[in-house]
Design a protein around this ligand. Sequence first.
Ligand SMILES: *[C@@H]1O[C@H](CO)[C@@H](O)[C@H](O)[C@H]1NC(C)=O
Ligand SMILES: *[C@@H]1O[C@H](CO)[C@@H](O)[C@H](O)[C@H]1NC(C)=O
Ligand SMILES: *[C@@H]1O[C@H](CO)[C@@H](O)[C@H](O)[C@H]1NC(C)=O
Ligand SMILES: *[C@@H]1O[C@H](CO)[C@@H](O)[C@H](O)[C@H]1NC(C)=O
Length: 490
Amino acid sequence: MAYFKQNTGFFSVIFGLFWLISMVITVNGIGANWGTQCSHPLPPDVVVRMLRENGIQKVKLFDADYSTLNALGKTGIEVMVGIPNDMLSTLASSGKAADKWVSENVTEHVKKSKVNIRYVAVGNEPFLATYNGSFLKTTFPALQNIQNALVKARLNNQVKVTVPSNADVYASPSSMPSGGDFRDDIHGYMVQIVKFLSDNGAPFTVNIYPFISLYIDSNFPVEYAFFDGNATPLNDGGTSYYNMFDANYDTLVWALQKNGFGNMPIIVGEIGWPTDGDINANVKYAQRFNQGFMTRTANGKGSPMRPGPIDAYLFSLIDEDQKSIQPGNFERHWGIFTFDGQPKYQLNLGTTNLGSLVRAKGLTYEERQWCVLKPSVKLDDSRLAPSVSYACARADCTSLGYGSTCGDLDARGNISYAYNSYYQINDQDDEACKFEGLGAITKSDPSRDTCRFPVMIEPSDNGSELMFPVSGIRSCFFSISILFLTMFWL
Ligand SMILES: *[C@@H]1O[C@H](CO)[C@@H](O)[C@H](O)[C@H]1NC(C)=O
Ligand SMILES: *[C@@H]1O[C@H](CO)[C@@H](O)[C@H](O)[C@H]1NC(C)=O
Ligand SMILES: *[C@@H]1O[C@H](CO)[C@@H](O)[C@H](O)[C@H]1NC(C)=O
Ligand SMILES: *[C@@H]1O[C@H](CO)[C@@H](O)[C@H](O)[C@H]1NC(C)=O
């Protein structure tokens, strides 16, 4: 009996340790950005199931959509809700508006539907140099009003404010991380915001994009963008930097340190690589970059200045075909999944024992039919160019450019691609394949090689019946592991 008892004790210690370890992994695990600027968004329940089956325990949103938050209820998934830049001026000028925002978009979900909201992102890269300071006056007062509203709602210990910033808010005149400081034109302003975040125990959130560096500068050494690259390291007073991410991240660490905030927690709000829309936006590079980052993350490896685990959110979970392409055609192709939740490449997040991504389930597709240029139409028909412009302006032709997945199509293929995109975005409405008689519907898939002519998913019901019994079991284990964690803590 005594022997048996001892054994049980031993096993529960092992069991407890196991869950303690799994909790640590879960808490430090990877997050994902979930944007919804899609013509055919996946139903929130389908996305939440994808998150869980892929072991993604943190999600960052760009707004506070009701049904999205509702689907995240009782899942334990940590949520960062977002305030779009166009709401900042209202929230800056009225404490009441901020109270209402927090009450409707935070308190309600935390209390009623048990959503694990942990952060409110006030604005999205509001200090981006290309915004010419448009949000400079409103961001700080909006931040203060939201923080006050969280205090009034007694949620300020659980929910922290932050301002996701582009890495362009800091720079290093010497090009060395140790020369890092906030950008000259907003220096005083940034210090004020960082002090406020620090006073309230809130983190600094930064988006870091080696891809953009490569995109805007053709002399950027490609290998330096990757974690396994063989670029000549940058020597910063004896510290070697082998990749751009570490150098950029540490430039921020130095900037914070220089201004008296050396211990401020940092969240990497966005990190990723697009798969289409530019010569360097392809599956091979995206796989290499994201896998490199995930392998480091799974090993808990940080930067030279902050060697511990990095808290980060992949950009992005799924492709968004309605995003503005002002930054470039790649903007609609950041997903590790396609718009319909299919993995684009092999990626081991280190969060499940499957070692690869798990696709979305329970979707219904439109019919397998496409709109193409009628074969009898002559290529010198003067109606062609305007019809293609019309379709591309309203649909998505970002895969057609040089070096993109459909960059090798001939003139007919190009026109068909544009027509089909417009037809599918309009849910295969017959009218959307007319083009003054130039279009024709076909049952034969025009896709070839890397070039996909997609068929959309049907606008679906809320899909709540799709919830898996397994999720119940998982959240039960989750609670048990928290229990063990608490036991070990005490
Ligand atoms: C809550 O968030 C949603 C989505 O971002 C927004 O449309 C709405 O105006 C917000 N509510 C308030 C009271 O501000
Ligand atoms: C910023 O200024 C530039 C040059 O003055 C202008 O072209 C651009 O449209 C402005 N952008 C915004 C967002 O105001
Ligand atoms: C196809 O369209 C793309 C983008 O509009 C263009 O760059 C390319 O030259 C076109 N190709 C042909 C063969 O017309
Ligand atoms: C969502 O699903 C529930 C249960 O299947 C149903 O009662 C409800 O009407 C649905 N709501 C919407 C907006 O489709």
